[in-house]
Design a protein around this ligand. Structure first.
Ligand code: ATP
Length: 242
């Protein structure tokens, strides 16, 4: 059974339809990268799955259970965690306080403050510092750790690279890759196509609210993804002729 199943999902911002009939499934332990130009609808899609933005149609199922009528906090308690674009930490609280707050929103499991410190060793010395005083990389690690503290079945990551230097992005990804290796199921938005193809099992490209390309990362070339990204080709599912 799929861990997460999204069927014909729609979402709007007023008159603008930002997500237009998106369907895909996410399997347990899989990493799926979502790419697409600015404004393609990636953030809205992730927020709608997490319940932070209302769907205007379609269905989302988690572990076979329909969660369409569940608010965000119930989805978090059921196993969906979102690391939002721009991190959105509580800046006047310490790293540890941010993590503990998330624990209350989630469910019991292997992720504790100490487990997060082990996964992100750069946070250990910052544990009792206000998050406002952290570097961008440390803030991102705290945001990912905060999501993990809910002991999610699926982690939704929205542009973890945003605003970070290339060196720090490499460090954050090194930590993410060990999460992937440990079997965490991840849907991540990534602007860097080369990185998306390297880290993900599958890649999906979004254009103007729709999925226009989807396939196993090993079957896709950077050129194919770039074409879909800019809307230069016809809609294609890798392996199936358009
Ligand atoms: P980016 O990479 O820039 O974050 P994205 O692919 O995540 O882009 P969204 O942020 O989901 O795309 O935006 C999808 C569309 O919805 C865009 O046309 C955007 O202008 C519009 N949009 C997003 N948020 C709002 C909002 N709060 N109010 C009105 N329109 C919005």
């Amino acid at each position: 059974m799929n861990l997460l199943a999204v069927e014909n999902l729609q979402a709007r911002h007023g008159l603008l339809q930002a997500v237009r009939g998106v369907s895909f499934a996410l399997h347990k332990g899989e990493t799926l990268a979502l790419v697409g130009a600015n404004g393609a609808g990636k953030t809205t899609l992730l927020r709608t799955i997490a319940g932070a933005h209302p769907a205007s149609g379609g269905r989302v199922r988690l572990n076979g259970t329909d969660i369409d009528d569940r608010p965000a906090h119930q989805r978090a308690a059921m196993g969906i965690a979102l690391v939002p674009e721009g991190r959105k930490l509580f800046s006047r609280m310490t790293v540890e306080e941010n993590l503990l707050l998330a624990r209350a929103a989630g469910r019991p499991g292997r992720w504790t403050v100490d487990a997060v410190m082990q996964a992100f060793p750069n946070l250990q010395k910052r544990r009792r510092h206000l998050t406002a005083h952290l570097s961008g990389g440390e803030q991102q690690a705290t945001a990912i750790g905060r999501a993990l503290m809910t002991n999610p079945d699926v982690l939704l990551l929205d542009e973890v690279s945003l605003g970070l230097s290339p060196l720090v992005v490499d460090q954050v990804y090194a930590q993410l890759e060990s999460l992937m290796a440990s079997g965490t199921t991840i849907l991540l938005v990534e602007q860097d196509l080369r990185r998306a193809l390297r880290v993900a099992d599958r890649v999906m490209c979004m254009l103007e609210g729709s999925i226009v390309l989807e396939g196993a990362a090993r079957d896709l070339t950077r050129e194919q993804v770039t074409e879909a990204y800019f809307g230069l080709g016809r809609a294609t599912v890798a392996g199936i002729p358009a």
